[in-house]
Design a protein around this ligand. Structure first.
Ligand code: FMN
Length: 134
C-alpha cells in the first residue's frame, strides 16, 4: 500500500501534522503548491489536509485541489488544523475528493496545534489504523 500526504499550510501548523502523518505511514509529505499533483494517481491512498480559514479549507488550497486527477475507487483521508471552530472544513474536503472518485475513510481534525508541536500520536494512531484497512 502506497500512501501520499498532500497539504497546504499558511503558518506551518498543518505542515507539522502532515509530516507527523507521513512519518507514521512512511509516506512522502508534499506541499500542494509545489507538488506534482498529477502523480497522485500512482498512489493507493491520498491523505489531504489544510488549515481552517473562515470555517472552511484555506481558500489558497482550493485551486490546487481542483487539479487532483480523477481517481475512481481510490481511498482518501482528510485532515485539518484549527483554533476554535472547524465548521464545514472536513466536509468540503471530502466533497471535493468525492468529485474525483475518492472514498474518504477517515476525517481527522486537530485543535490548537502550536508552533513546534511534536505530539501527534493520537492522529498517527487513527491514520495508521485507517491505512491498514485500505
Ligand atoms: C485567515 C485565517 C482564518 C482562520 N479561520 C479560522 C476559523 O474559522 N476557525 C478556526 O478554528 N481557526 C481559524 N484560523 C486558525 C487556523 O486554522 C489555525 O491556526 C491553523 O492551525 C493554522 O494552520 P497553518 O499554520 O497550517 O496555516 C484562522 C487563521 C487564519 C490565518
Amino acid at each position: 500500500m502506497k500512501p501520499v500526504v498532500l497539504y497546504y499550510s499558511k503558518t506551518g501548523k498543518t505542515r507539522l501534522m502532515a509530516e507527523a502523518i507521513a512519518s507514521a505511514l512512511n509516506a512522502p509529505a508534499m506541499d500542494l503548491t509545489a507538488a506534482d499533483i498529477a502523480a497522485v494517481g500512482s498512489y493507493d491512498l491520498l491523505v489531504l489536509g489544510t488549515p481552517v480559514n473562515g470555517a472552511r479549507p484555506a481558500a489558497e488550497a482550493m485551486p490546487y485541489i481542483a487539479t487532483i486527477p480523477q481517481c475512481p475507487g481510490k481511498k482518501s483521508v482528510v485532515f485539518c488544523t484549527y483554533a476554535m471552530f472547524k465548521g464545514s472544513t472536513l466536509k468540503v474536503l471530502e466533497r471535493e475528493l468525492s468529485k474525483k472518485g475518492f472514498q474518504t475513510v477517515l476525517s481527522v481534525a486537530k485543535k490548537g496545534v502550536k508552533q513546534g508541536e511534536t505530539d501527534f500520536s493520537d492522529v498517527q494512531r487513527q491514520v495508521s489504523e485507517a491505512a491498514s484497512k485500505v
